[in-house]
Structures are given as structure tokens and as C-alpha cells.
Design a protein. Structure first.
Length: 254
């Protein structure tokens, strides 16, 4: 989510008067700075907090360039100094440029920083199966699955990928998920809820830290009822995707 994700403003205008001053909405300055976040949900509970990722590419330490050398008038000639400056300039040019990856992440990043949290939550739920799912027959009560989309970083298509090997090592079973089908992932509806709530407050948010705080606050306000209502839509949504492939599924919730 970006600091520029303001709700769209609409103005009714008389034909031919669109450029009158009273009919022009000021567009906020563009800033490429935004935050990306992850969390998990299920029928029984949700993650305590959002996990922000790729925030200023937080797993990379920027390289500090060396200072330009100063002239040593008493110990070196002008030619020697120019040679040192040339050497400094050549080394400075080789410093790699760090480019933020935006909403994407590497499989190694996902395996190290995101997936362990999901696995810990799943293990905790498994240990409470008798308490949470006493109404389910024992042969199915202990079957828990992690639902991921087919983002390349999740390694769902390559059994030798880091995430796939990590899931196998931890004994985590995944539920097959259609490619490019956010309409079939209940958490997408929750993302829409919290983003829309935060958009209404963007006029009072002036920094990335404040944006994070607002997102965390709205995440806390999401109730289990909100989550369950989204999950209960899945049967209908699956039917719609099957009957109308490629068409966006839209309901009163999301």
C-alpha cells in the first residue's frame, strides 16, 4: 500500500466546464515509497501482527562508498595524488546499486522470513486439533493445509525449490491453488477491508511509519466474524470461477 492510495474523488460537472477551477481536484505528489505486508488467517484465528517485507529492502545492508582521498602535499606529488583519485573513482564505480524489489520477493527471503511464521501457526493449530475440531471425525480432524498462491517465491511449482524443501522438512502439506486466482484466497478480502479503511485516513498520515501503524491498527480490528464470512464465500466463488473462467468474482463483501 502506498501513501498515494487516496480514495477516488468524483465531481459532477456540467458539460464543457470540466476545467473550471471549482471542478478540478488536486492530485497529490507522487512518491514511489510504499509498504508490503503479509499475514495468515484461518477459521479459528489470525496472525497477531502484520509482517512487513521488502521495507527498504531490509535484508540488504547498503554499501557506504569510500571517502574521496585528500591531497598529502608533504608526502606525495600531484601525479601520485591523481593516481590515488583515479583508483578511488574506479573502486567507487564497482559498488553495486541496490534496487528495491517492490512487491516481489526471492524464494530465499520467503523461506527465511515469511514461511516459518506460517509453519509455526500451523503447528500450533495442529496441536489443538482435538480442542478446535472436536466436531470433525478423527480421520480428518488432524488434516491441516497451508494455502499459498503460485507466486514464484512460494516455490509451489518446483519441488526442489527452497520453500518446497522447507515445507517437506517441516511436514507441512499445501493445498493446490489455481494460478492467478486471488478471488479464491480469503485473505484477499481482508486486505481490501484494511486498505479501504486506511485510505480514509491518508490525509492524516505523513510517513511510512505512520502508514505501518495505521495498517497494524486496522488489522487488529478485523474480527473472526469478518474472516469466517469471507471463508464461507469460497464454495460460491469456486463455482463462479469454474463457470466463468477469466471473469472477476464480485460479491457484496469483496
Amino acid at each position: 500500500m502506498s501513501l498515494n492510495d487516496y480514495p477516488q474523488q468524483w465531481i459532477l460537472r456540467v458539460f464543457g466546464e470540466r476545467y473550471n477551477p471549482e471542478n478540478i481536484v488536486e492530485k497529490p505528489d507522487y512518491t514511489p515509497v510504499c509498504v508490503h505486508f503479509a499475514a495468515w488467517i484461518n477459521w479459528y484465528e489470525k496472525a497477531d501482527d502484520l509482517t512487513f517485507y521488502n521495507d527498504e529492502y531490509d535484508d540488504v545492508q547498503p554499501v557506504k562508498p569510500p571517502l574521496k582521498p585528500r591531497r598529502r602535499p608533504t608526502t606525495e606529488t600531484e601525479a601520485q595524488y591523481r593516481e590515488r583519485v583515479a583508483q578511488w573513482d574506479a573502486e567507487k564505480a564497482r559498488i553495486p546499486q541496490i534496487i528495491r524489489p517492490g512487491n516481489s520477493m526471492r524464494a530465499s527471503y520467503y523461506t527465511k522470513k515469511i514461511l516459518p511464521g506460517y509453519c509455526d501457526a500451523l503447528r500450533s493449530l495442529q496441536s489443538r486439533s482435538d480442542e478446535l475440531r472436536s466436531h470433525i471425525p478423527p480421520e480428518n480432524r488432524y488434516n491441516w493445509y497451508i494455502v499459498e498462491d503460485n507466486d514464484p517465491s512460494h516455490g509451489t511449482r518446483n519441488l526442489e525449490s527452497l520453500p518446497a524443501r522447507y515445507r517437506e522438512k517441516m511436514g507441512i502439506k499445501g493445498l493446490p491453488h489455481p494460478a492467478n486466482s486471488p478471488d479464491l484466497n480469503p485473505i484477499e478480502g481482508i486486505w481490501l477491508i484494511i486498505k479501504e479503511r486506511v485510505r480514509q485516513r491518508l490525509d492524516d498520515i505523513n510517513s511510512i511509519d505512520e502508514l505501518k501503524q495505521a495498517l497494524q491498527y486496522e488489522w487488529k480490528q478485523v474480527s473472526i466474524t469478518d474472516i469466517r464470512e469471507g471463508i464461507l464465500e469460497m464454495q460460491f466463488r469456486c463455482g463462479q470461477v469454474f463457470e466463468h473462467p477469466g471473469v472477476r468474482v464480485k460479491t457484496g463483501r469483496w
